[in-house]
Design a binder for this molecule. Structure first.
Ligand code: NDP
Length: 254
């Protein structure tokens, strides 16, 4: 079990106050990591911290807007000030704007790309020097089934999530020499506030997901925890540049 032990490691999770990010935060905390929750809303950040601390985790929250470069740098710096290091960064913050491609404004397109892709790059860049100095690092980027497939209503989201996979590979190649592994998790359809809105906005979505997912159910945020712990721990030291679906078989189904 030592392979998966995260005691003494420090993990920052963007968008860690809800949904998938919080499921991953709980998993990393249970494996022994100190957790930094980083999201825009202070009230949600506080709730997440209270839940982690109630289970004896070491945890702190910093307000973060991944759309703002200074905010990304400040979140990483504050993590290192408070905990002395950063070993694990989970780039999870994400949004979707669902509409036909011809109907996006440039501002809407840019907001999705800035949040889902550029923010992940900026947080990774800010973490790099600290991980390099610490002699190791694990970066986990959250992609999507839309990293592989696409939908008419999700041009900006699909572009951002396709980009996550290629960025993951590029960072993995660049930083392997520093003992920093960079991988992506591609969640299938997970029941969170993000997809609760999709279910109500996209007719027939729920039925299509259930029909295509061999596991026959929506995922829960906790379903992502095991793969996140693996990618955050020494067990994955020779795994880098990979994109691992955690999807109940959705991407295997023809
Ligand atoms: P939620 O809407 O439940 O959570 C999104 C999180 O991102 C919140 O914690 C939110 O916190 C944070 N966030 C949003 N914008 C910003 C920002 N500008 N700066 C910092 N934090 C931000 O979504 P999910 O848990 O479903 O999604 C999490 C990730 O997983 C996303 O990247 C999503 O694309 C991806 N994903 C989700 C799937 C699903 O089925 N649910 C499937 C595949 C991928 P706050 O509002 O406080 O900022």
């Amino acid at each position: 079990m030592k392979l998966f032990d995260l005691a003494g490691r420090v993990a920052a999770i963007t968008g860690g106050n809800a949904g998938i990010g919080f499921g991953i935060a709980q998993g990393l905390a249970a494996a022994g990591a100190a957790i930094v929750i980083a999201g825009r809303r202070a009230d949600k950040n506080r709730e997440a911290i209270s839940a982690l601390v109630a289970h004896d985790a070491k945890a702190a929250a910093f307000e973060l807007d991944v759309g703002n470069e200074a905010s990304c740098r400040s979140m990483i710096d504050r993590t290192v000030e408070q905990f002395g290091r950063i070993d694990i960064l989970v780039n999870n913050a994400g949004i979707a704007i669902r509409k036909q491609p011809q109907d996006y404004s440039a501002a809407e397109w840019n907001k999705v790309i800035a949040t889902n892709l550029t923010g992940a790059f900026l947080c990774s860049q800010a973490a790099y020097a600290h991980m390099q100095a610490g002699g190791r690092g694990k970066i986990i980027n959250i992609g999507s089934m839309f990293s592989i497939f696409a939908a008419a209503y999700a041009a900006a989201y699909s572009a951002s999530k396709g980009g996550i996979v290629q960025m993951t590979k590029a960072l993995a190649c660049a930083w392997a020499k520093d003992n920093i592994q960079v991988n992506a998790i591609l969640p299938g359809w997970i029941d969170t506030p993000l997809t609760q809105s999709a279910r109500s906005e996209v007719p027939g979505l729920n039925e299509r997901i259930l029909a295509r997912t061999p596991a026959g159910r929506w995922g829960e945020p906790r379903d992502l925890a095991g793969t996140a712990v693996f990618l955050a721990s020494s067990a994955s030291d020779f795994v880098t540049g990979a994109a691992i679906p955690v999807d109940g078989g959705y991407s295997a189904q023809g």
